[in-house]
Design a binder for this molecule. Structure first.
Ligand code: SF4
Ligand code: FE
Length: 482
């Protein structure tokens, strides 16, 4: 099958019979829901841009399985150039959508499962790698969106999966049949799952022998019986139901997360890619997290939009030449480009795994995501500083459109005379969206916790920092014998 267009993608989702709940009710047609629709548009963009000659270089790749042109989101990294192009694609899509476009989790999951399955087979003679390759072929040929699902709800964080009072706090195998397995559990914060055709599940932490039933990776279609999605609330989400383009800040695009319950879901054997090999769980988790951390170059693209919005807010206020404004914009740019530098660096320094798939350089990938847990917050602070208080006290679009009030609002909320008041309102609402509204889920808090919270990176940085080598360097210079 050829690459799908954005509208073909939306039509393909319409055919799925997913179980989605929002505000206590089952959503009859998710693709039509005004809160879900912008997030679907963001994924549809990843289809349309793959067909656009201006962006196809970053958006498509050649399948190493078939030699055919595929969406780059469904590609296994074959070189450092592929890793670099992923980072550039992330930034470009962040610029065009100003939100989380969701499809990257799947690509990072493919690459982690692919290379780990190869190594499990090498040790145990299992056939996970062949199974996964056939699955990937299906995904590439059908041009599907696959959500990578890792984060378990985790219950008591001081206890391992098998020590939990409630054994379902980590997703597990509850039954083994000749033709497959039955799984139960719940994955939290599932980015883009309602916009996905399939879900690829992985364990969430390293495990030991006692956790055997929790060491499981598999895929199922998102409308498989027993898969239940409860849509996550976002700050200001119901504004999307009011029909105001200005008040939502970003009327076209958005992201979403959901709580996903696996209520005794059957998985056929050919979709199981890890079952019980606990010693490989750490490798799988580390590789997924390693790939996903530089994927946060998406925030650099969104950061570009926010920096641009702050600069426009200053222009509209008549202060683009004020030295403190210029300095704040420089600071924002420096922070943003620092994230980009580390995302690129870990990609250029990537190397092949035993399967041939390329892996990023782990220390730099963790430094990259650690930057992301901090710098967008400072960029938001500076954007709010430049925007001024009006960003959070602005009247609604309904008031602005009201014949009674329009004259007042138009007159008194004007900045420089040459810029219509409505443009000033639109920019301030965009800044509000990215710093406090639905867009802030993707730009702000997701920057903290997505792809692992800061402590997860600090543990990796500590492990990879090679302190003994640094000490011996110092001893050598100071002429202290080893
Ligand atoms: Fe992709 Fe960024 Fe969204 Fe994660 S936060 S899914 S990397 S766009
Ligand atoms: Fe994320």
């Amino acid at each position: 099958m050829a690459l799908k267009t954005g509208s073909e993608y939306i039509e393909s989702l319409r055919k799925l019979n997913m179980t989605v709940y929002m505000f206590g009710e089952k959503v009859a047609v998710p693709v039509e829901h005004p809160i879900i629709r912008p997030s679907m548009n963001a994924v549809a963009l990843t289809y349309d841009l793959a067909l656009d000659p201006l962006t196809e270089d970053l958006m498509t790749a050649t399948s190493h399985l078939t030699g055919k042109k595929i969406n780059r989101f469904n590609h296994i990294f074959q070189s450092t150039n592929d890793l670099v192009k992923k980072v550039k694609r992330q930034r470009m899509l962040g610029q065009k959508s100003a939100c989380c476009f969701q499809r990257c989790v799947g690509q990072d999951a493919f690459n982690a499962v692919y290379s780990t399955a190869f190594e499990i087979d090498e040790k145990y003679g299992t056939d996970y790698f062949e199974r996964f390759k056939s699955y990937l072929l299906y995904v590439q040929e059908e041009d599907l969106v696959v959500d990578g699902a890792m984060t378990d709800v985790k219950g008591n964080r001081s206890l391992s999966p098998s020590q939990q009072v409630d054994p379902d706090m980590y997703l597990r195998v509850v039954e083994r049949r000749p033709d497959g397995i039955v799984v139960r559990g719940c994955k939290a914060h599932q980015t883009g799952i309602v916009n996905s055709h399939e879900v690829l599940v992985m364990p969430t932490i390293s495990m030991d022998a006692a956790d055997k039933d929790y060491a499981v990776s598999f895929s199922v279609a998102t409308d498989t019986p027993g898969v239940i999605m409860i849509y996550g609330r976002q700050s200001c989400d119901t504004r999307k139901m009011e029909g105001s383009q200005i008040d939502v800040g970003n009327s076209e695009y958005g992201g979403h997360e959901a709580l996903v319950i696996f209520d005794d879901v059957f998985v056929p054997n050919d979709r199981v890619f890890l079952d019980g090999e606990t010693e490989f769980v750490g490798m799988l988790v580390e590789r997924f997290a390693g790939h996903h951390r530089p994927s946060y170059a998406c925030k650099v693209g969104v950061g570009d939009v926010l920096i641009g919005a702050a600069a426009l807010a200053a222009d509209y206020n008549g202060v683009p030449k004020a030295s403190h404004i210029k300095d704040k914009l420089i600071e924002m740019t420096h922070l943003n480009e620092t994230i980009y530098s580390s995302a690129l660096a870990c990609s250029y320094e990537g190397s092949p795994t035993a399967s041939g798939a390329y892996l990023i350089e782990m220390l730099l990938a963790n430094v990259c995501k650690h930057n992301v847990t901090r710098f967008p917050y400072e960029i938001c602070r500076l954007a709010e500083d430049i925007a001024g208080g009006l960003m959070v006290t602005l009247p609604s679009e309904k008031d602005y459109r009201s014949p009674e009030l329009n004259g007042y609002i138009d007159k008194y909320l004007r900045g420089v005379d040459s810029v219509p008041t409505e443009h000033r309102m639109r920019i301030l609402r965009l800044i509000e969206n990215l710093t406090l509204g639905t867009g802030a889920v993707g730009y702000r808090t997701e920057s903290m916790h997505g792809a692992g919270s800061p402590q997860a990176q600090r543990i990796m940085i500590a492990r990879l920092s090679n302190m003994e080598h640094k000490k011996s360097l110092a001893k050598h210079i100071a002429k202290i014998p080893e």
